[in-house]
Design a protein around this ligand. Structure first.
Ligand code: MF3
Ligand code: CO
Length: 250
């Protein structure tokens, strides 16, 4: 069931989005050779708590941290570790959510650690661009398939691949609500978008093949072929005027 949001709820969602974005920015600024992913997670948790919010991920279905930090061939849901030290050339996907006054924000970005290869840079640029092409489609009258199609078309034209097993989602009092928002699709198909809907759009783009595997920890999602993967996410409100990104800075 898709829950449309009132303007009061949208105000809380906007605040949660801003906190989520500030936490993500802080995490991204901490990405440098020598830092552990655990230290970045601690920064995220402290920031969110200082903003009188709670980390959306911590304890969610038993998830043990406040951020997901997914390095290189890890697609999503990488668990921060004291023993995992970032090194120059890594690409580091950080996913952060904050809950404020009962409503969630959810956003992710893939950051370069120091200098990265031109191939890795091109993957990041294409994945980021695909997110914004998806967002452009998030307007009343369009359908969910228009979003996924825009992402897929752009990415596959550059010979990258779209992960299919995980998707974007509605966002509200629950971090994951209906509808599911795949990063592939057919134009004009799927749920019709209406004002009051709030969704997270989050392409997961692989340099190689699209197949993924889940590690024995039950969380860590990696590319099956070991290729690099990038992840960009914003939480969006659909309004009469078009898409409004809730996870932008103040
Ligand atoms: N933020 C992720 C998403 O975009 C979910 C994280 S899963 C969790 O859907 F368990 F870490 F919370
Ligand atoms: Co999400």
């Amino acid at each position: 069931m898709i829950i449309l949001k009132t303007s009061r709820e949208l105000a809380a969602l906007r605040k949660a989005g801003k906190i989520s974005q500030a936490a993500l920015k802080l995490a991204g600024e901490a990405v440098e050779p020598g830092i552990s992913t655990w230290e970045i997670d601690r920064l995220v948790r402290r920031y969110i708590e200082s903003a009188k919010a709670t980390p959306s991920f911590l304890g969610y279905e038993g998830y043990p941290a406040s951020a997901c930090i997914s390095v290189n061939d890890v697609v999503i849901h990488g668990i921060p570790q004291k023993s995992q030290i970032l090194k120059k050339g890594d690409i580091v996907s950080i996913d952060v959510g904050a809950c404020y006054q009962g409503f969630h924000g959810d956003n992710a970005w893939t950051f370069p650690c120091g200098e990265i290869s031109p191939e890795a840079r091109a993957l990041l640029d294409a994945a980021e661009k695909s997110l914004f092409l998806g967002i452009e489609q998030a307007r009343p009258g369009n359908r969910i398939g228009d979003i996924g199609h825009a992402v897929q078309e752009y990415v596959e034209a550059r010979s990258y691949s779209v992960v299919r097993e995980f998707t974007g989602h509605g966002v509200g009092a629950d971090m994951h609500e209906d509808p599911s928002v795949p990063n592939f699709g057919v134009p004009g198909r799927g749920v019709r978008l209406t004002p009051g809907m709030v969704i997270a759009i989050e392409p997961m783009i692989n340099m190689g093949r699209r197949e993924i595997e889940i590690k024995p920890d039950g969380w860590t999602v990696v590319t099956r072929d070991g290729s690099l993967s990038a992840h960009f996410e914003h939480t969006i409100a659909i309004t009469k005027e078009g898409p409004v990104i809730l996870t932008l800075p103040e």
